[in-house]
Design a protein. Sequence first.
Length: 564
Amino acid sequence: MRWLISIVLVLLLAVAPTARAQEPQRFALVIGNQGYHTSVGALRNPHNDIALVAAALQKQGFSVLPPIRDGRRSQILGAVRGLVQRLNGARPGAIGFVYYSGHGAAEKDTNVNYLIPVDAREPDKDTFWDESVKLDEVLRLLDGARNAAKFVIFDACRNELQLSERTSDKGFIPVREHQGMFIGYATAPGRPASDRGATSGPYAAALAAELAQPGLDHLNLFQNVKERVIAATSGSQQPWSSDGLSRRVSLTTAVKVEPQSLPTMPPATSGPAPLSEAAVAWDRIKESRSIAVLEAYAKQFGGTVYAALVSERMTELRREADSAKAAAEQRAEQQRLAALKKKEEEDKLRQSAPAQKGAGASQGAVWYPPGTDSKLPAAFPLGARQLYESAYSLLLQQNYGAAEAKFSEFLQRFPNDELTANAQFWLGETHFIRGQWDNAAAAFLKVAQNHPRSDKAPDSLAKMAMAMERKGNRSAACRTLQELNARYPNPPAHVRTWEIAEKRRAGCADVPTSQTLSCRGLQEAECSAAAEACHWIVAVTRKDGKEVPAYCRTRPKPVRAGSR
């Protein structure tokens, strides 16, 4: 019996290192800027914040790179490059984590987000922004670590930043989702974050506390961080995020980490603390899909900080239900129209069959429908409109591979049909949605070349530019947008909106500075494409309790100066 136990122990010891070796490698970078010039506004806690977060990350197996304290522009970008090099040298599936605590703001004239180095001065001058670090610069560098899951946390936008209301916006402006990257913000767009706290700011304290909890993936961890911050600030600070990860990533171990060196959450500076009963009840029902359950919670705990979370959850569920209902009605209508078209074609075929048989066909010969190949078996193929509607229906159902095949079949069989330009455009869309940028650009180019008078031609050039920019070829994107201007000087409003948004994204030289964008009437995808100018409103509750349906409107101008 002893020899059996010995063998088992040897096997366990041999397997354990192998199991550990297969765990994802973890690297982290923390940056804390607080020693700003008085003209910018000094901060108190960023150095405490990064020490707290770094300690929590180390306890979860992260190799923390040398921290950056009071970093200049070159130091910040150099440290990010160093992290990318470590991630690219690691095994596939590595995890990178960047935490920044310091001043940040958005320049009002350009709608560009910046991290503020400690040596930046004279905020009212244009050189202030030239000395700062564009948020997109950091994100583009991190995009270079293609095989790693990246987490970027900006604990920025604080009240202490001394910027003129004319030059900056308080808080960051939303940025597009980055594939393979989770971007977390300490506060909502256009809102300030707190630097108060005896040992750290509220967001750093919440993040460190959740990193000490066992067995959390990133979705649960950052939702818990959000709830902690809302509770600690009595709802005045509400974190938000952009998740470009395709899977859940485990950030904490299954064994609880005792947070001996981690301070507890700072108490709320004002307002009543949330009821423990409300917190327990919310934890039980926060994943519920029942409106009735959520309404019952809101009725019982409407006076707590969780009321806003419940309202947000109910709005999300109602929006999903409305979308599903609209999609079902649209599919039913398409099926009805397809059935009518099929019946019409069958009636035409039956009426033309006798005439076709009498037009020289020998007795007993096989008759084929008009337009088909007599060498093929006598199976009636789909008509042009029926095949097009079949392909379009698959596209609406998000079955992009099948839709691609159907549109390709349509283009092969009906190269000169009135629907050919539309089919070519939607073929490009099946590639674009799946990130197949080269195929998408080639498909959109064919619309512009072969069907220049089609309604889809301006759309295709705009979409082609988008595909070029997503691939990273910004100069080609700008040239395509110039061609769009030359060919179609007065395109539809939604195409103009796409054009201006893409010129800003690609950094084209001819970006309009005073162009008025028309947001009214745009659908959600079109509105999102013009995020710098337009804002998609999901639902607005009026004073009478009724909700206004979703719509797109011009983004309001900021009213105050921005800061960390």
